[in-house]
Structure formats: structure tokens, C-alpha cells
Design a binder for this molecule. Structure first.
Ligand SMILES: [Cu+2]
Length: 134
């Protein structure tokens, strides 16, 4: 819903601004482009490949507050997922040979977050890694 709402709000704001300029009788100035609207959609792309029993890369760094598009590729022989600790970020269980892409926003505070496969035993076997927010 948020993705649909943003353009609608922008259109309403632009329309209201244009109407105001028209009724005030001033020479309409070119509307400045809202640059934050564009950058908000620009996602940092991260790809993590999982198999028995590792996540590659096992450490990745992102900027605080950035939008991340995470693609999980399962090159193993059993299903795996990827969950980021202390967050609601998680993929579904991805079948061998399949991949899944999820978008999420990184917290504004710098910190270190653990990610892992939540299939019982997999994290303990080595399917874990670190997401560094800086
Ligand atoms: Cu796993």
C-alpha cells in the first residue's frame, strides 16, 4: 500500500501547489523536483548465497537508514531461509535452486546485526553471518 500511496500523495501536493500559484496570479515557477522521493526508492542490492552450511558473504556492511533489496539464493540441496536477528526481516523458506528477494529499511542507528538460517540446526552448523550498519 505504501508504494501506491506515495505517488498519489505527490500528485495531490503538486496539484494543490499548482492551483495555489494559479489563483494567486503569480507567474508559475517550475516546481522543484523532490529529490528525496527518488532516492527513497533506490535500494542497496545485497545478494547472499546459502547452502549447507554457510551464508556467502558472511559479513556485509550497509549505511544506516538505507533501503536494502536482499536477494537470497539457495545453491544447496535442502531448503533454507534468512532471518535477521532482532528484526521482523525474514525470507520464506527457499527451495534448492530458487531465490527470493525482499526489501527492508536498515535502522538509523549504527550497530551489528546477526543473520542466520532458522531451519533447526542450520545456524549451529554455520549458516550465520553479520550485517554491519554504519
Ligand atoms: Cu538452512
Amino acid at each position: 500500500m505504501r508504494k501506491l500511496l506515495l505517488p498519489l500523495v505527490l500528485i495531490l501536493v503538486l496539484a494543490a501547489g499548482g492551483y495555489y500559484l494559479w489563483i494567486s496570479g503569480e507567474e508559475p515557477k517550475p516546481t522543484p523536483i523532490d529529490e528525496t522521493a527518488g532516492t527513497q526508492e533506490a535500494a542497496v542490492e545485497i545478494s547472499v548465497t546459502v547452502k549447507e552450511y554457510s551464508c556467502t558473504p558472511s559479513k556485509t556492511t550497509v549505511d544506516a537508514g538505507s533501503t536494502v533489496r536482499l536477494t537470497l539464493k539457495n545453491s544447496g540441496n535442502v531448503s533454507h531461509n534468512l532471518v535477521i536477528d532482532d528484526s521482523d526481516v525474514a525470507t520464506t523458506l527457499v527451495s534448492p535452486g530458487d531465490s527470493e528477494t525482499i526489501d527492508f529499511t536498515v535502522p538509523d542507528e549504527a550497530g551489528t546485526y546477526e543473520f542466520y538460517c532458522s531451519v533447526p540446526g542450520h545456524k549451529e552448523a554455520g549458516m550465520e553471518g553479520t550485517l554491519v550498519v554504519e
